[in-house]
Design a protein around this ligand. Structure first.
Ligand SMILES: Cc1cc2nc3c(=O)[nH]c(=O)nc-3n(C[C@H](O)[C@H](O)[C@H](O)COP(=O)(O)OP(=O)(O)OC[C@H]3O[C@@H](n4cnc5c(N)ncnc54)[C@H](O)[C@@H]3O)c2cc1C
Ligand SMILES: *[C@@H]1O[C@H](CO)[C@@H](O)[C@H](O)[C@H]1NC(C)=O
Length: 448
């Protein structure tokens, strides 16, 4: 079985000498499978890298015309760190994780200070000891995205076509295909719709249009430089001695504030009740006045921190949600969803981007195992391997939010650890590549 050969051959170990000199990236035999990936977010980029590693031919199509450094804080758990660690710059011993690390928050010294909304410090949650095999990355989404995007384009030289909006997905017996807004048609053995929460690919896969629903919450969020923060003696301390991370938790609201890149950048998110609107956008302008209203009766430090935000950096993001989709793979078995198009996450899970990456690792391995003549079995095996895990991780977004928003403060006083940010081993200890290699043989057989 191919999976066993890889496990025993040690290729999955990032420290294998063949990978240190970068050659293992190209040592997998070519499969001849042509894959079109729609969307160059983290999901699409990771799928492209992993498909390239597994010997497939990949092309990416993306609607944005040029790369822009968009978004604010994004989290990658240890289960993403294991994946990033295996991505070498070809011909060198440099890993993509070496490039991501300087952009990310460092909390070994500081940990996470959790406060009750009135300001009382409830506990300091220590960061787990760093695991060099499974680093954690929390940083600016746009900066991290640019790093991975440039790796795909410049280092791996995977073709990316920008400014291509896909208007239609279709399938025949022998192909899957996309239609661009220019009228151009592109076909391949497999099409992966990594096209985000507003996925167009979902229509083909499900056979109907799936509407998002409101999660009942919205998030004010901002990222800005520390200029005004260090002018104020009360807020200066968050930017002086390296990075910091503080949270304030109240009924139906939580406020998280961190400083990043040695305290030079500041970022906060405020999750609060909001039923008003359903919009799947990242860039709604927000108003500081509206944020202050949420903070009535709260620790005055919260308002003080927020007041340093340039108003044009403030975003009001309505959090939409979707129930788990019945399936991620089309009837014909040549088109599938991946990442947010298949499974949007609430930010409180801190796993949305990481789960999109695990998808990419898994699908690339399934396609290699099944081969060009049985790609439908590969796609169905991919769904089979990923579905329940994704659903369980998705639920942690709700459970963490509810644990905070419905905190019983008398109970928390007796056991402050009950309010800790959960870091569950079944999520973070998972190695998507090792797991897929172990189960792929049986999974593909089941659908062949
Ligand atoms: C602009 C932006 C900002 C974000 N900011 C944050 C953030 O600050 N924090 C955070 O936690 N998460 C953020 N996210 C979401 C986060 O990136 C995803 O949840 C996660 O990384 C999973 O990624 P994905 O690749 O599945 O989806 P996405 O990152 O949404 O990527 C989907 C890609 O598909 C492209 N696309 C969509 N439709 C088409 C089409 N018809 N034709 C061609 N291309 C298409 C989109 O332009 C996009 O680049 C942001 C996403 C976007 C797009
Ligand atoms: C971090 O910032 C402090 C000032 O706040 C500075 O003294 C220190 O040298 C910086 N460290 C690094 C590694 O840049």
């Amino acid at each position: 079985m191919a999976g066993e050969a890889t496990l025993n051959g040690n290729n999955i170990n990032g420290d294998h000498p063949a990978q240190v000199n970068g050659t293992a990236e190209h040592s997998k035999p070519k499969t001849g499978i042509k894959i079109v990936i729609v969307g160059a977010g983290f999901g699409g980029l990771c799928a492209a890298i992993e498909c390239h590693r597994q010997g497939h031919n990949v092309e990416l199509y993306e609607s944005f015309k040029e790369l822009k450094v968009l978004g604010d804080i994004i989290s990658f758990g240890a289960n993403a760190g294991r994946i990033f660690r295996r991505w070498f710059i070809p011909g060198t011993a440099e890993r993509i994780s070496d490039r991501l690390d300087p952009l990310c928050i460092k909390l070994q010294k500081y940990g996470f200070n959790i406060h009750k909304y009135d300001g009382e410090l409830v506990m300091n949650q220590k960061s787990p000891p760093p695991d060099p095999e499974a680093p954690v990355f929390n940083g600016h989404r746009g900066e991290l995205h640019k790093t991975v995007y440039n790796y795909v384009k410049d280092d791996l030289k995977i073709p990316i076509r920008l400014g291509c909006r896909i208007t239609k997905y279709f399938e025949t017996e022998s192909d899957a295909g996309i239609l661009l807004d220019t009228g151009e048609k592109v076909t391949a053995d497999v099409v992966i719709g990594a096209d985000g929460v507003r996925s167009k690919a979902r229509e083909l896969v499900l056979g109907y249009e799936d509407k998002p629903k409101s999660s009942g919450y919205a998030v004010f969020r901002a990222w800005f430089t520390n200029v005004d923060m260090i002018k104020d003696p009360e807020t200066k301390r968050f930017c002086e001695n390296g990075d910091t991370f503080n949270g304030w938790i109240g009924p139906d609201v939580h406020f998280l504030f961190s400083t990043i890149k040695n305290g030079s950048d500041c970022c906060w998110v405020l999750t609060h009740k909001d039923d008003a609107d359903i919009e799947e956008s990242w860039s709604f302008p927000g108003k500081l006045e509206d944020v202050y209203k949420v903070f009535e009766g709260w620790d005055p430090l919260c308002k003080r921190i927020v007041s340093k935000t340039p108003e044009d950096k403030l975003v009001d993001w309505k959090l939409v949600y979707r129930d788990p989709l019945p399936r991620w793979v089309s009837d014909g078995g040549r088109t599938c969803l991946l990442g947010d198009s298949a499974h949007p996450f609430l930010p409180t899970s801190a796993q949305g981007a990481t789960q999109a990456m695990e998808d990419g690792v898994t699908i690339a391995i399934c396609l290699r195992e099944a081969g060009k003549d049985t790609v439908a079995a590969a796609l169905r095996a991919f769904q089979e391997i990923r579905y329940d895990r994704v659903k369980d991780v998705q639920k942690t977004g709700e459970s963490t939010r509810d644990m905070w928003h419905k905190a019983d403060w008398d109970a928390v006083k007796k056991d402050p650890t009950s309010i800790q940010m959960p870091r569950e081993d079944w999520i973070h200890g998972h190695d998507a590549e090792v797991h897929a290699e172990q189960v792929v043989g049986d999974a593909v057989k089941k659908f062949s």
